[in-house]
Structure formats: structure tokens, C-alpha cells
Design a binder for this molecule. Structure first.
Ligand SMILES: NC(=O)c1ccc[n+]([C@@H]2O[C@H](COP(=O)([O-])OP(=O)(O)OC[C@H]3O[C@@H](n4cnc5c(N)ncnc54)[C@H](O)[C@@H]3O)[C@@H](O)[C@H]2O)c1
Length: 340
């Protein structure tokens, strides 16, 4: 199949390209390369690479494509709040436009990387796909509005599906340590303590970044009627953790590290425990390869192998928000230039 992957140079995207290439698919990647220079390891490149903004994609780019996997985004809550206007422009407006273009170009399947963060401040625990949305950021709102906009385009020739991913963790050649489990492990490894900024009670569903990539492949390979216009939580019921449980798993790997509650952000407003029964029902053969212990252990070995340092932990390279702050300035300047 010919697959068009946006955000193919991101934390999840690099795993996805590798899996697709291993399975023999032809891959076109489109990425603005916002995190150029942040690579941790080399990674598999697609057959064709478009280094451009998703807002500049043209119908010709989608010629002969069977499936679009749309991951490019301003990719977390604090980054989204940095400049909500750009977040809506990229995450929502460009995503809906891309889906329209894909439909016009005759692409049959459109898989959107949504997020469990749309459940936000969970009013009750054990949220399934029908739970009320309670977004607490521009990022989460952008995911909700994109789902709605793309859902409306579905017909017998165009099948979108919405992968509502749990919070990712684990090793990737485009490592991020701004995700809770990776951050606690990196802190323990480099500083010798496990610093929890909340009170440790919020629930969070976790899933390994490579398992998210595997889910995209499974959604592409599934029969059309199974996934047509479905919004599906991606993760596993037993992989919901309170932040303090994650800290305990990190301490099991690095026993000398002490758990410290800094309390600096007070109670984290994002609190959601999620159910994944629909995923099991629709794709019974799809099982996560990782659980939190095995994913953390793999990442710990990578820290040792690479000599992950305090400079790595405190620097910009693995923290998307810090890198993006520099690059957003450039995007804003380009945008201003467009308007002149
Ligand atoms: N990482 C998680 O915990 C998580 C959880 C749920 C959902 N998601 C979603 O999965 C997707 C990928 O997440 P990730 O962790 O790999 O993020 P990432 O930040 O590592 O990767 C995003 C990629 O998109 C690219 N990009 C951003 N804006 C672009 C634009 N305008 N045009 C072209 N390329 C652009 C960036 O250069 C980057 O390579 C995102 O849509 C994110 O919202 C991630």
C-alpha cells in the first residue's frame, strides 16, 4: 500500500515509518522538521520525504495514496497553550483540510492521531469512548473539533478513524522526556531523585510509543467496516496508573532514587482513567507488546547505553516545549510575512 504519514519525524512517527517499511509498504512522509537536531538515534526514512508544513500540502502530494496517517501536530497541552491560534491553525484547521483533500484525491482511509486528553478532568473514572469531553487545553479542544470535522466527511468511499491515544512513554529514536513516565525515569537516572510536581494522585492511561505505531498499522490493515468512522481509545485497561504508581515502578529500577513531592503545580487538573474495551472488541488480535515495567526497563538500558546525562535532562533537546519556543518564533514571523 502507499501510505502518507504526517509527523513522520516525531516521537511516534519514526517507529511508524519503520513498521510500515518492514511490512513492505511504500511510505511518503511529510514533516516540517521542527525538531531537527533533536535526534537520539538514527531512524528509518520513508521512500519519499516532504519537508513542509501540513498547511501547504497540495492534492498532488496525495496522488495514488491508499491511507493517510495524520500525526503532525503541536503535540501536547503546554505547547498548545503557548500559542492557541497556531495550535488551532495546525492541529484543527489544517487537519480538517487535509482530510477534505484526501477525500477528494480518492484516499480511502484517514487515520487521525487523537488523544485521551480530550477526557481531561475526568468527572468519573473508567471513561469509555462515549464519556463526556472535558478538555482543559487548546490542544485537547483542537483534537475534539478535528474529530467532529473529519467525522462529517465519512461516506462509503472515505473511511476516517480516530485513534485516541493514551499518554505515550518509552524509547524512540526521537526521544521525548516531557512525558510523565520518561520524565520520572530520566530525573531518577540523572539527578538521583524522582520529582513529582503534583500530589501524585492523578490517573493517567499509559501506552508505549511503539504500540501506538502498531495500532496505526492494525487500523490500516483492518477491514473497512470494522474501523469506519470509529473513535477508539488506544491502550489497555491494566495500563492506567496514578502518577505515584509510575514513581514506584521507576524506584524499582533505580532503588537509590528517592521519591520527592515538590507540589509546585498543586493538584494536576488532568485526571482520567480510561477503558479500552472497544479496541479489544474491534481488533481482538491486537495486543500491546509493552507494559509499563518492560517499557521503562528498555528505556533505562538505553539511558545507560547512551550515557544519558544531566545536561540531556536539563537541556532543550528532548523537551518539545523548549525547542518549539525557539521555532514558534520563526513560524510566527513566517505567518506575519504571509499576511503582508
Ligand atoms: N506523545 C503522546 O503522548 C501522544 C498521546 C496522544 C496523542 N498524541 C498525538 O500523536 C501525534 C504525534 O505525537 P508525537 O509524540 O510523536 O509528537 P512529536 O512532537 O514528537 O511529533 C510531531 C511531529 O509533527 C511535526 N509537525 C508539527 N507541526 C507541523 C506542521 N505544521 N507541518 C508539518 N509537520 C509538523 C513535528 O516536526 C514533529 O516531527 C500528535 O498528533 C499528538 O498529538 C501523542
Amino acid at each position: 500500500m502507499k501510505v502518507f504519514v504526517t509527523g513522520h519525524r516525531g516521537y511516534i512517527g519514526v517507529h511508524l515509518v519503520d513498521l510500515l517499511k518492514q511490512a513492505g509498504h511504500t511510505v511518503i512522509g511529510c514533516d516540517l522538521n521542527l525538531f531537527e537536531g533533536c535526534e537520539w538515534e538514527s531512524f528509518t526514512l520513508p521512500d519519499q520525504e516532504l519537508v513542509k508544513d501540513i498547511r501547504e500540502i497540495t492534492p498532488g502530494d496525495l496522488d495514488g495514496v491508499d491511507c493517510v496517517m495524520h500525526l503532525a501536530a503541536i503535540s501536547n497541552d503546554p505547547m498548545g497553550d503557548l500559542n492557541p491560534e497556531i495550535t488551532y491553525s495546525i492541529n484543527r484547521d489544517a487537519s480538517i483540510n487535509l482530510a477534505k483533500m484526501a477525500k477528494q484525491a480518492g484516499v480511502e482511509r484517514f487515520l487521525f492521531s487523537s488523544s485521551c486528553s480530550i477526557y481531561g478532568k475526568g468527572e468519573s473514572l473508567d471513561l469509555d469512548e462515549n464519556a463526556r469531553f472535558n478538555p482543559v487545553s487548546a490542544y485537547a479542544v483542537s483534537k475534539i473539533e478535528t474529530e467532529a470535522g473529519v467525522k462529517a466527511l465519512a461516506d462509503e468511499h472515505f473511511s476516517p478513524a480516530f485513534l485516541r491515544n493514551a499518554t505515550a512513554y518509552g524509547h524512540s529514536p526521537m526521544l521525548r522526556i516531557d512525558l510523565v513516565a520518561n520524565n520520572l525515569l530520566a530525573c531518577a537516572y540523572t539527578r538521583g531523585d524522582i520529582r513529582i510536581m503534583s500530589d501524585g494522585t492523578p490517573w493517567r492511561p499509559l501506552v508505549h510509543c511503539k504500540d501506538i505505531a502498531r495500532a496505526f498499522v492494525a487500523f490500516m490493515e483492518a477491514p473497512r467496516e470494522v474501523i469506519h468512522n470509529q473513535a477508539v481509545n488506544i491502550g489497555a485497561n491494566e495500563e492506567n496508573y496514578q502518577v505515584r504508581d509510575v514513581a514506584d515502578r521507576v524506584k524499582a529500577l533505580i532503588p537509590s532514587a528517592n521519591i520527592v513531592y515538590t507540589g509546585e503545580v498543586g493538584a494536576d487538573p488532568r485526571n482520567y482513567r480510561v477503558k479500552f474495551d472497544l479496541l479489544n472488541k474491534l481488533l481482538p488480535d491486537f495486543k500491546l507488546e509493552y507494559h509499563l515495567e518492560s517499557g521503562l526497563e528498555e528505556l533505562y538500558k538505553k539511558f545507560v547505553e547512551h550515557g544519558f546525562s544531566i545536561e540531556d535532562f536539563e537541556g532543550d533537546r528532548f523537551i518539545r516545549l523548549r525547542t518549539l519556543k525557539k521555532r514558534l518564533y520563526k513560524l510566527e514571523k513566517d505567518e506575519a510575512a504571509h499576511l503582508v
